[in-house]
Design a binder for this molecule. Structure first.
Ligand code: ADP
Ligand code: TRP
Length: 329
């Protein structure tokens, strides 16, 4: 049995790019034999971006409900809130003492801000708080806490796992072999979904299709997909955004039939209507589950509390070993 842990930052509603690129593969992965998974809401990490209590609380529920609605099975995956594991914050404080400041100076997110500030001729640390600066240390604590072997992440998080590995090594060199050195697990790259304007679908480009938009809004959003001004009778390219999205939701026969229609010529309005239909059919059962969980938060709380109980069994074990090693017990 190999243990996998990953954190999900509750910073906004999921879009269909997140679903096909991260959520669906992670759930499928968790269902394999020999895999023990810990997926948690990294609410303390979100503090670097979310500055309102109400918003953070709401986003945390949204993310938890999204994963449950998409099929995450809480009996198979330990699902919890980072903030429910106090040992994480104790471990964070401890490992700060073996983490060289220079290592943090090289972390991508911090370095990017410093470089931007330098370019603009302002103080290099402008807008940087200690939460952002020590973000990778908190992440390392999350990982060590459950004695994880692997951390499934996207490429953008690879450096953070390398930092965690360094921190574990520094700690172990000083105190003996206490912390497990984790490896990143970078799954084969999933196709990058296009957004409404043909660029990568991303919150930062404001071109997303929300995963659980109500039906009428889903339809409206699909209608906003940017298309050319060709006539309905003109053939449409098979690699257009509408068709790429259609393929994600449709059966093989439907895909073939849609290709034929595009090639023969179809109005964009009609093509988008067909896309809406297959997308809505695919999403509807998940949306119903999402709406159910969002209005039954006590059930979600219970799932997260049960998860935290399970995770804390490991967390307590790790923190006891660590306390003993550093001499506070
Ligand atoms: P965003 O770019 O909207 O801020 P995030 O960076 O929060 O999205 O991504 C969360 C997860 O979803 C990551 O694992 C990322 O690889 C995946 N993801 C995001 N956008 C896409 C996309 N357009 N296509 C495929 N996967 C995506
Ligand atoms: N930093 C990660 C992200 O932005 C989220 C995260 C927090 C995480 N703690 C973690 C990922 C521990 C893996 C392991 O996506």
């Amino acid at each position: 049995m190999k243990r996998y842990v990953t954190g999900i930052k509750p910073t906004g509603n999921a879009h269909i790019g997140n679903y096909f690129g991260a959520i669906k593969p992670a759930i499928e992965f968790s269902e394999q034999e020999g895999v023990e998974s810990f997926y948690f809401m990294a609410d303390y990490h979100a503090l670097t971006t979310i500055k309102s209590g109400e918003e953070l609380r709401e986003h945390t529920y949204e993310i938890a409900c999204t994963w449950l609605a998409c099929g995450l099975n809480p009996d198979k995956v330990v699902m919890y809130r980072q903030s429910d594991i106090p040992e994480v914050f104790e471990l964070f404080t401890i490992i700060n003492n073996v983490t060289p400041k220079g290592l943090m100076n090289r972390a991508h997110a911090y370095k990017a801000i410093v470089e931007k500030n330098a370019e603009q001729g302002i103080n290099i640390d402008d807008g940087v708080n200690m939460g952002l600066y020590s973000y990778p240390v908190l992440m390392a604590a999350d990982i060590f806490m459950v004695d994880a072997d692997y951390v499934p992440v996207g490429l953008d998080q690879k450096q953070h796992i390398e930092i965690a590995r360094d921190i574990a090594t520094y700690f172990n060199n000083r105190y003996g072999n206490v912390l497990k050195t984790p490896d990143e697990y970078i799954d084969k790259q999933f196709a990058v979904l296009e957004g409404l304007d043909g660029r990568k679908m991303s919150k930062s480009y404001n071109n997303t299709i929300g995963l659980f938009l109500p039906e009428n809004q889903l339809k409206k959003t699909i209608n906003r997909i940017v298309t050319d001004s060709s006539l309905p009778t003109d053939p449409k390219p098979l690699d257009c955004t509408v068709n790429k999205l259609y393929k994600l939701f449709a059966t093989a026969e439907e895909q073939e039939a849609f290709d034929a229609k595009l090639t023969a010529g179809i109005g964009w309005g009609d093509a988008k209507k067909e896309l809406f239909e297959v997308a809505n059919r695919y999403i509807s059962p998940m949306r119903a589950k999402y709406d159910y969980y969002m209005s039954h938060r006590d059930e979600v709380d219970k799932i997260l509390e049960d998860g935290a109980k399970k995770a804390r069994v490991y967390a307590r074990e790790v923190i006891q070993k660590v306390r003993k090693a550093i001499g506070v017990k």
